[in-house]
Design a protein around this ligand. Structure first.
Ligand SMILES: [Fe+2]
Ligand SMILES: [Fe+2]
Length: 268
């Protein structure tokens, strides 16, 4: 039997994003707005994760899993708070972001969410947690965030570490209250299509507002770096994604706890 993972630890680090440059990711417009586009989906997405897990909390019998679920909710609430700070920075830099956020939240939470049964919402949450754990592995185990401004890098690495810490929680709640393989598989389809769709539209929303561009060589170097990076990690990402569909899959199978432990151990 697999040992119970440690209880996720709730932390509330402070981030000062007030001096974040407009193109904080290696000076590149594309790399910066890909990061901003991902930031866009987090706060409302994390509210959805919390709703999906809380809905089933009364049905969780195992006290250790219940405690983990409550720690999960508390960690996600802290992530939301930190990412909302980045929205304020974008607005201070002159970006119009409310029309995108209103559209995203209306479509996701007034149209899609009410049409999905609670079990599918929980499966999609568990699947999104698998995707954020993959992001966590890339953020802490590769050079992905090296060109990013130090304060944004600190925020993303802290978030990444906690995504690794709690990666099993929504999955374990799903297994405890439902566990149907088909629902789990459909949950990943819903997770991937919504995440990639909302991320792409958010990135485009910001890119279209850019009237100035950095020097062409900065942008072409960044594009080459992004392409090389994704080629380099595509095998790992593909394996991790496909592992979700193994009937006996469990998020703790990926041996990535040390990445998170090393990072939180280094946090000031
Ligand atoms: Fe999170
Ligand atoms: Fe999470």
């Amino acid at each position: 039997m697999r040992p119970a993972p440690p209880l996720p630890v709730v932390r509330a680090p402070h981030f000062d994003l007030s001096t974040l440059p407009r193109w904080y990711n290696g000076g590149s417009v594309l790399a910066t707005h890909l990061t901003n586009g991902l930031n866009f989906v987090f706060p409302a997405g994390e509210r959805f994760f919390i709703r999906s897990v809380r809905f089933y909390l009364d049905r969780v019998q195992d006290p250790a899993l219940k405690a983990a679920a409550m720690a999960f909710v508390a960690q996600e609430a802290q992530h939301q708070r930190a990412h909302l700070q980045a929205f304020a920075v974008l607005e201070a830099q002159g970006f119009e972001i409310r029309s995108y956020l209103d559209w995203y939240e209306r479509l996701a939470y007034e149209v899609i969410e009410p049409r999905c049964p609670p079990s599918l919402r929980l499966a999609a949450t568990a699947a999104l947690e698998h995707l954020t754990a993959i992001f966590g592995e890339l953020a802490l185990g590769t050079e992905l965030l090296e060109p990013t401004h130090p304060e944004m890098r600190r925020l993303l690495r802290w978030h990444a570490a906690e995504e690794i810490e709690h990666r099993h929680v929504a999955f374990d709640v799903f297994e405890a209250v439902d566990g149907r393989y088909l629902v789990r598989a459909v949950g990943m389809v819903v997770a991937l299509t919504t995440l990639l769709g909302f991320w792409a539209v958010g990135t485009r929303h910001l890119l279209r507002q850019e009237t100035e561009r950095p020097p062409a060589e900065v942008e072409s170097t960044a594009h080459a770096r992004i392409r090389a990076f994704w080629w380099g990690v595509s095998g790992l990402v593909g394996r991790r994604l496909l592992s979700w569909f193994r009937p006996n899959f469990h998020p703790a199978d990926a041996e990535i706890d040390q990445l998170a432990a090393d990072y939180v151990g280094s946090m000031a």
